[in-house]
Design a binder for this molecule. Sequence first.
Ligand code: PBG
Length: 324
Amino acid sequence: MNQTFNRHRRLRANAAMRDLVKETRLHPSDFIYPLFVVEGLEGKKEVPSMPGVYHVSLDLLKDEMAELISLGIKSVIVFGVPEEKDACGTQAFHDHGIVQKGIAEIKKHYPEMIVIADTCLCEYTDHGHCGVVKDGEILNDESLELLAQTAVSQAKAGADIIAPSNMMDGFVTVIREALDKEGFTNIPIMSYAVKYSSEFYGPFRDAADSTPQFGDRKTYQMDPANRLEALREAESDAAEGADFLIVKPSMSYLDIMRDVKNRHHLPLVAYNVSGEYSMVKAAAQNGWIKEKEMVLEILTSMKRAGADLIMTYHAKDAAKWLAE
Ligand code: PBG
């Protein structure tokens, strides 16, 4: 027969051949595992909307680290759930707040673990917003001061990376300035540069007890309909000195990830968020999908879209599957 078409299937003929031409590979060191440290808790407690994800006490952090390290996972992002909340989120920047204690506890036992601090106010404010509220409005510049204080207190506790997630304009600038002033010139900023206002955060807000008590986050988080706005956000944060850029959520935003990757040369992080996790877990528990195959496909798609690192609640399972 005349060769009038290409034989793509030659490179798919068997597993060894497919492995040879594989363009994207996952590795446990790509994963950043999110942890919820809960003040006043004893032991651990599963988050109902996120099967397999736990609230953990300070004492249990050591065991968590041992497990992660045995799986080849080398970084965590830590969220604190305090006992007391107030209007300006004092516990976020308290030197002995739950997240500061959690960071210090991890670094004391596992100095080699990369500890990323989520820098936001919403888990600590009684109204559940990510900034200071006045007359129903979320104030930008007033929130920045508290965020900078939060970042410094986290760095003092031993955080290796500061990850501001509250979407106030100028947060990278003020945090960089504050860190430098306190001598933390070598602490990088992993900016939630592109963060959409998303229903996919629902289960996280149960887990972190951070649902806004009035209104929504649409005046600070982005409209899912917008792409150019994402590029402007990434540009600002890169110009302000961010060391990493995060795109969040992931699965419905792979196009944005690729766009950001093509324009910036900073390490790019995908946040595979709570709602994305819960959907997969629910389907798997019902026997409607094969969890392992689906999770590895999803995580691979993020790397293919340009992510260098992936924050994911699937990290432990995925690391186990990759080792099989
Ligand atoms: C804090 C924060 C949120 C998430 C990470 N940091 C919640 C939000 O913005 O409401 C969501 C993470 C997830 O859904 O897994 N601002």
